[in-house]
Design a protein around this ligand. Structure first.
Ligand SMILES: *Cc1c(COP(=O)(O)O)cnc(C)c1O
Length: 397
């Protein structure tokens, strides 16, 4: 008998939901069931598992834990966030339309634009942080409205409850990619979303050591179809990857608190810098969607973007000069990362309507001490804007 953790608080569920002591041995931590197949006592007489593409106990634990954290009836885990996206797309048929946010994650856009279009799935973009623009962009054949909030790299906020209300009575289902917020800070299903999707590679895994994805929902009919395709198309995560993700989510609550606190301090520091033009952080009351963010999030997460005066030259120097902030793509790990979206994560948007500026820098603020994070930026800013390299390269403590 597995214990029912439904009434426990978030942090308790992160550690226990789906993760009872191993029934065979009493192991407190869910084992890595590194097996492809399972002994049967007679033909067709097995203990719930027959082949690891179809099911694996380590994956089951992860799926139950993630379903619990998002407040959903079920969860299905995949080999990557994009594999999870592809699986949701199996609910679509040729002629169906998907409405994406105009600053959707590049890989999601590419999947709909370059792959699924070939299978007759239509896709258009709109600024979904503007509900009027969303309403105008809806079509008769729209089956998914695909929301990210906060968005990337401008950290716009979409009113999830408002969008769910807008879609009531239509054929469109609301998908929320909750990767940037994490279930600790934002609960899309409670706000009216039909499906929540994550790249567990980011905050859920939290340690930049595993790639994975998940879909969580409440509709049991959709679960049947998705679970069928999870097995039939086979983009499943291995048991080791499930275990690493489980290990990561046990500390999600404390990590998100610190990510949010550090990011708020860094955003505040950036606001005071002469070299900084605009700071994009939903926790700032200058943020255009701050009210919506305050309503639907319990914290503002660790992502901060900003533009610098001096354009590409200064931006490039800053991102190459930091040491606490590692120059790298991705986000959501304990270590701080810095990147130049126009040349890195968002290079494929060049020449499109979604193009990002050359003076934009994106930070994934980690959980190192915030004094070291700010000192690192201070030093990189000084080098980038004065060119005084000599004597400054060892000033970081
Ligand atoms: C990284 C990311 C994805 C894709 O996930 P992968 O695990 O890299 O396949 C989807 N959405 C968002 C918001 C992401 O940041």
């Amino acid at each position: 008998m597995t214990h029912d953790w439904t009434d426990a608080k978030f942090e308790t569920r992160a550690i226990h939901a789906g993760q009872d002591a191993d029934p065979a041995t009493g192991a407190v931590i869910t084992p890595i069931y590194q097996t492809s197949t399972y002994a049967q006592e007679g033909i067709g007489n097995f203990k719930g598992y027959e082949y690891s593409r179809t099911g694996n106990p380590t994956r089951t634990a992860l799926q139950e834990a993630l379903a619990s954290l998002e407040g959903g009836a079920w969860g299905l885990a995949y080999a990557s966030g994009l594999a999870a996206t592809q699986n949701l797309a199996y609910l679509l048929r040729p002629g169906d339309h998907v409405l994406l946010s105009n600053d959707t994650y590049g890989g999601t856009f590419r999947l709909f634009d370059k792959v699924l279009r070939n299978y007759g799935i239509e896709m258009t973009l709109a600024d979904l942080s503007d509900l009027d623009a969303a309403r105008a962009a809806l079509q008769q054949n729209t089956k998914f409205v695909w929301v990210e909030s906060p968005t990337n790299p401008y950290l716009r906020i979409v009113d999830i409850a408002g969008m769910a209300e807008l879609l009531k009575g239509s054929n469109a289902r609301l998908v929320v990619d909750n990767t940037f917020a994490s279930p600790y800070l934002q609960q899309p299903l409670a706000l009216g979303a039909d499906f929540v999707l994550h790249s567990t590679t980011k905050y859920l895994g939290g340690h930049s050591d595993v790639v994975g994805g998940v879909v969580v929902g409440n509709d049991n009919e959709a679960r049947e179809t998705l679970a069928f395709h999870q097995n039939a198309a086979g983009a499943v995560p291995g048991p080791m990857d499930c275990w690493l993700t489980l290990r990561g989510i046990k500390t999600l609550g404390v990590r998100m608190e610190r990510h949010s606190a550090n990011a708020a301090a860094v955003a505040g520091w950036l606001l005071g810098q002469e070299e900084v033009e605009t700071v994009y952080y939903p926790g700032l009351d200058t943020h255009p969607n701050h009210d919506v963010a305050a309503r639907q999030m319990s914290g503002y997460s660790g992502m901060v973007s900003f533009t610098v005066r001096g354009g590409f030259e200064v931006a490039a120097k800053i991102v190459e000069e930091t040491r606490v902030f590692t120059l790298a793509e991705s986000l959501g790990g304990v270590e701080s990362l810095i990147e130049h979206p126009a040349k890195m994560t968002h290079a494929s948007t060049a020449g499109t309507g979604a193009e990002v500026g050359d003076s934009l820098i994106r930070l994934s603020v980690g959980i190192e001490h915030v004094d070291d994070q700010i000192a690192d930026l201070e030093r990189a800013f000084a080098v980038a804007t004065s060119g005084r390299l000599a004597g400054m390269s060892t000033s970081l403590t």
